[in-house]
Write a protein that binds this ligand. Sequence first.
Ligand SMILES: CC(C)(COP(=O)(O)OP(=O)(O)OC[C@H]1O[C@@H](n2cnc3c(N)ncnc32)[C@H](O)[C@@H]1OP(=O)(O)O)[C@@H](O)C(=O)NCCC(=O)NCCS
Length: 273
Amino acid sequence: MLDLPAGQVDIWFTRTDRVDSGLAAQYYALLTQHELAQNTRFHFEKDRHRHLVTRALVREVLSRYAPVAPHEWRFEADSYGKPRIVVPATLEKRFAFNISHTDGLVIVGVSLGRALGVDVECVQRRAALEIVERFFSTHEIRSLQRLSPQEQATRFWELWTLKESYIKARGMGLSIPLDQFAFHLDEPRTVSIEFAPDLSDVPSRWQFCQMRPTEHHLLALCVEARGADETPTLLKVREATPLRNHCVLLCPIDRCSEQAAMQNQQPHFAQAI
Ligand SMILES: CC(C)(COP(=O)(O)OP(=O)(O)OC[C@H]1O[C@@H](n2cnc3c(N)ncnc32)[C@H](O)[C@@H]1OP(=O)(O)O)[C@@H](O)C(=O)NCCC(=O)NCCS
């Protein structure tokens, strides 16, 4: 069992190509009938595989922090689609967790009750710059337009993952208008957010962080900030192959809300636990 102190966020990720068919068979044994039925509904094998690895990772991760076997957890999606723990019911409020997946990678972020959202994207994919007018705020569009074409692709993925991490932390999906909040990324290594008045939210409520768990993936985290007693927020990143192994990784932070407020508490080398 691992310790998860208040104020710490643990991010776990799995490279889906590290899971071979033998391991996949063990993962299928963890799934409920409902999850098995969901799995068969994916048309492509790569999507079934990603769904399977996601289910295995979230079960394995939560079992690291509570005396519950990976196959015992039960989840239900709320009306916005966000999964919550229903068995054991006593742990529903204890853990906040969020899932994201993209080509080649699955991630789970977990904390003790602090709302959080994570998003990961494969940045080898083409940046869909033609959709920014529809989804991004005026400030974000203007700051994108000032950049070179190469920089625009990078900025697109930075904004996209940060915006997703925020709506996922709020848990209300796309009912939050994406152009009603704006990220400011013009200063190197920092992130700040601004809300339109209608959104009834304040920047001090949230902390953001962005990093590259692999050379092809960009990850954003949005986590609820708490009072002075619980700062700084500590972040630990682990790479795992569920039911096999995991290690803590040094994963340098590209950007975060306040350099002093979110400390990357990681060793300077990969450390098997
Ligand atoms: C569903 C949504 C929450 C995330 O979708 P996504 O980015 O395509 O997918 P991700 O892989 O990052 O996240 C999917 C996971 O989020 C979780 N999730 C689902 N609904 C959620 C919600 N309302 N809040 C938080 N998390 C949610 C689920 O665990 C899901 O994985 P699972 O179905 O395997 O359990 C939502 O934000 C969405 O539909 N986005 C569409 C993309 C878009 O237009 N983005 C604009 C960005 S500028």
